[in-house]
Each structure stands twice: as structure tokens, then as C-alpha cells.
Design a protein around this ligand. Structure first.
Ligand code: PLP
Length: 410
């Protein structure tokens, strides 16, 4: 029976992690994962999370009852506040807990595919690999189109190409995925002017924006700055925007993997911003039905931790500090790699390593060079040349810079 099932190649990212594990070279460096590591390249439990977790574990009254259908109530209110703060006046929002950011992306794809039938979903080029995978899995009949995003020559965004492609080729009802901040894999985000242009195209063409909010706090170290684009879309579309377009309806797929270091707990939320109360109520019903059929009820532990941190002013202050610790370490590693590359006279332009934001930068190394740096130096990058600063430390940054130098010149 199963002989007829197609052979599926292994997932590239997971395969690289396995290859790294199996590599016994003493200088090996893993620069592939979007998972924060501390100054010793070890997993880091945020101090705020540690405190909240300890209090939860000490609470003898804690039980394991099933959560409400939409998820952990205090978690959801905190998640919504984190994404939108006080920009929701006059909007109707449905929020549901999800299996992390992946689950939030999956739920919105399922909702749109089953009820609104977009002809296409527009995905930035490049993007997080799983955007293609999730939409292919949910409905292979929906075209997965890419819009130009990154310009390899300038290490920036090709805003004109992005806007004109959508203006000329997108159809009303199409969905569009937007990285809310700290774009994966490029580390380059739209300027406020470009965000405004994107919002206008979405309104003019009747597109449905999906914000993927996976790195709040990692772009600037400040959760409010990092939610600027989401909140701009909310206020633009609340009728205060002095334009005659119909207010946008959109979604936010929110992950707490990175911002709370809760990768294995799978904590996320999906928020759908609707124009009417009736619309929001209907979304509520459909999302509950999807959730019931797929999961029945969300896991509680990670959501309890997030709720405990965000509902306690002392823990929340500690958490904001934790975000600064993480984003600060990444920024200092950017500086160190830049210095070491420039000190060696490494051919190429490296200034963007300093100005890119979040966990990642594109090195510009070809897939062949990426394979070569792995084989010769045991330094692991993604095949598209993405380098994750999470794996860099004071102990390996010179070795990594030297490896890049050697690979570029030979
Ligand atoms: N969206 C983007 C852009 C990501 O990079 C990731 C993880 O790498 C996710 C969503 C989802 O992550 P998770 O499912 O762990 O929340």
C-alpha cells in the first residue's frame, strides 16, 4: 500500500541540525537555527520565565483541567494587548490560542481556504520556508505566488518592485503574508513609508494581509516599536486615516517561541481583525470548529507562563529586560563579526551586517560556498546563505570570520 506514497525529501533545516549534531569536529559552529543561544551558545531560559515557572510549579492548587475552547483566557488578553496595545477602538477582534506561530499561520490559512477561497497567497521572496509548506498542506489548489522583497545588490528591500508586482498581478481576495518585524531570513524590514505603501495597495486591491509576528522584541529590543506595522494597519483601518478606502480586515499570527524562549512549549495566538461585530462572531465560530477538529484543546503550561509574566508588572519589567539582553547580545555579535570580516579585508560589502535587525543576515554566499564552508570549516549556514547570529560567541566569532574570508577568496 505505502509503496505508492511519494518519497518526500527530508526537511532541509532539520536535516542540517542533524548533520551538525553528527559532526564531531571540535571547531564546528551552528549558525542555522532561529533559536536564541546565550554567550556560550547554550539554550537560555529567560529569568522572567524561570520565576514564573517556579511559581507555577510550587502552586499545589494547579490542576490539569481542559482549557476553554479559545484557549487560556488571561494569556489571550495579554497576547492581544502585546500585539495591538490600545489601537483597537472600533475594531472587532477574534483571538484564539494556537500551537505557536506555525499553528497560527496554519489556522488562518485554513480559515481563508475553507471560507473565502483566495485565488492566491502572496509570499515574500525570500521568506521562512514553512510559509510555502503550510499553504501547500492546507490547500494545494491555492496558488503560492511570490512578491519581490530582498534586493541582493543593495542588501535592502526592492520596494518599487514589491508594490508594482502586487498592484499589477494580485487579485481581490488574495492573501498576502507580511513579516511584522525582523524579517526572516533577510533581517531587513520595510520603512514606515513602505509600510504605508503596502497598506494602500492592500486597500486598493482588496487583499487580506496576514502579519507573521514571530520576533516581537528581537528587532529593536522594544516590543512596542516592533509592533508598529501591526498597529499602523489597525489605526489606518479604523476610519482615522482620512482616505476613502474600506477599512482593512487582517490577521496577526503571533508566536511566543522567540520572545519568551518557549520553543518547545508551542505557545501562540491568532488574532483576526474584522470590520463588523457579526464578522468577528462568525470568525470565532469557524476558528473554534477548526481548533476542535484538529486539537480539541490547547496545551496550558506555556500559556500559563506567558500570562503570569505579562499580568505581573514586576515580571513584565524583567521580561522587557530579558528581551534587551537577547537583542543586545545579537547586536554585539553583529558588530564583532563585522569588525573581524573588515579587519581581514574580506571581499564584499558587509555594512548591512551592522544595520540588519533581528537574528539573521544574508551573507551573499552561494549554495556552493555554503556547502564548502560546511565541508572545509564545519560552519553551518542555511543553503540560501542565511547566517543566524544566535550561534555566534566571543569564542567562535574570529574562527567564523576567518572561515568566511577563506571561502570568499578561495
Ligand atoms: N514565522 C516565522 C517568520 C518564523 O521564522 C518562525 C520560526 O522560525 C515562525 C513563524 C514559527 O515558529 P513557532 O512555530 O516556533 O512559533
Amino acid at each position: 500500500l505505502f509503496d505508492q506514497v511519494p518519497a518526500v525529501p527530508p526537511d532541509g533545516t532539520f536535516a542540517l541540525v542533524e548533520a551538525y549534531r553528527a559532526d564531531d569536529h571540535h571547531l564546528k559552529v551552528n549558525l542555522t537555527p532561529g533559536i536564541y543561544r546565550d554567550e556560550n551558545a547554550k539554550p537560555w531560559v529567560l529569568p522572567s520565565v524561570k520565576q514564573a515557572r517556579a511559581a507555577l510549579l510550587a502552586d499545589q492548587s494547579l490542576n490539569h483541567d481542559i482549557l476553554p475552547q479559545l484557549g487560556h483566557t488571561q494569556f489571550l488578553s495579554a497576547a492581544r494587548q502585546l500585539a495591538f496595545k490600545d489601537t483597537l477602538d472600533g475594531r472587532f477582534v477574534t483571538s484564539i490560542q494556537t500551537i505557536s506561530g506555525t499553528g497560527a499561520n496554519h489556522f488562518i490559512a485554513s480559515l481563508l481556504a475553507s471560507h473565502l477561497h483566495p485565488k492566491a497567497v502572496w509570499i515574500p521572496d525570500p521568506t521562512w520556508d514553512n510559509h510555502q509548506g503550510i499553504w501547500r498542506h492546507v490547500d494545494p489548489g491555492i496558488e503560492r505566488r511570490t512578491y519581490p522583497y530582498y534586493d541582493e545588490n543593495t542588501f535592502g528591500i526592492d520596494g518599487d518592485a514589491l508594490l508594482s508586482t502586487l498592484r499589477e498581478q494580485a487579485n481581490p481576495g488574495d492573501a498576502i503574508i507580511l513579516h511584522a518585524c525582523a524579517h526572516n531570513p533577510t533581517g531587513v524590514d520595510p520603512s514606515p513609508e513602505l509600510w504605508e505603501g503596502i497598506a494602500q495597495v492592500c486597500e486598493e486591491k482588496g487583499l487580506f494581509p496576514i502579519f507573521d509576528l514571530a520576533y516581537q522584541g528581537f528587532a529593536t529590543g522594544d516590543v512596542d516599536n516592533d509592533a508598529w506595522a501591526v498597529r499602523h494597519f489597525t489605526t489606518r483601518s479604523s476610519g482615522n486615516n482620512n482616505n476613502n478606502n474600506t477599512p482593512l480586515e487582517f490577521a496577526v499570527a503571533q508566536s511566543f517561541s522567540k520572545s519568551f524562549g518557549l520553543y518547545s512549549e508551542r505557545v501562540g495566538a491568532l488574532h483576526v481583525v474584522a470590520r463588523t461585530r457579526d464578522g468577528a462572531a462568525k470568525v470565532d465560530g469557524v476558528l473554534k470548529r477548526i481548533s476542535r477538529a484538529e486539537i480539541t484543546s490547547m496545551p496550558a503550561f506555556g500559556a500559563r507562563i506567558v500570562a503570569a509574566v505579562l499580568h505581573d508588572p514586576v515580571l513584565e519589567a524583567q521580561w522587557r529586560q530579558d528581551l534587551k539582553t537577547m537583542s543586545g547580545r545579537l547586536a554585539s555579535m553583529r558588530k564583532r563579526l563585522y569588525e573581524e570580516l573588515v579587519r581581514r579585508g574580506t571581499p564584499g560589502r558587509w555594512g548591512h551586517v551592522l544595520t540588519d535587525i533581528g537574528m539573521f543576515s544574508m551573507t551573499g554566499l552561494s549554495p556552493e560556498k555554503v556547502a564548502a564552508i560546511k565541508d572545509r570549516f564545519h560552519v553551518y549556514l542555511l543553503p540560501n546563505g542565511r547566517l543566524s547570529f544566535t550561534g555566534l560567541t566571543e569564542g567562535n566569532v574570529e574562527y567564523v570570520a576567518e572561515s568566511i574570508y577563506q571561502i570568499v577568496v578561495h
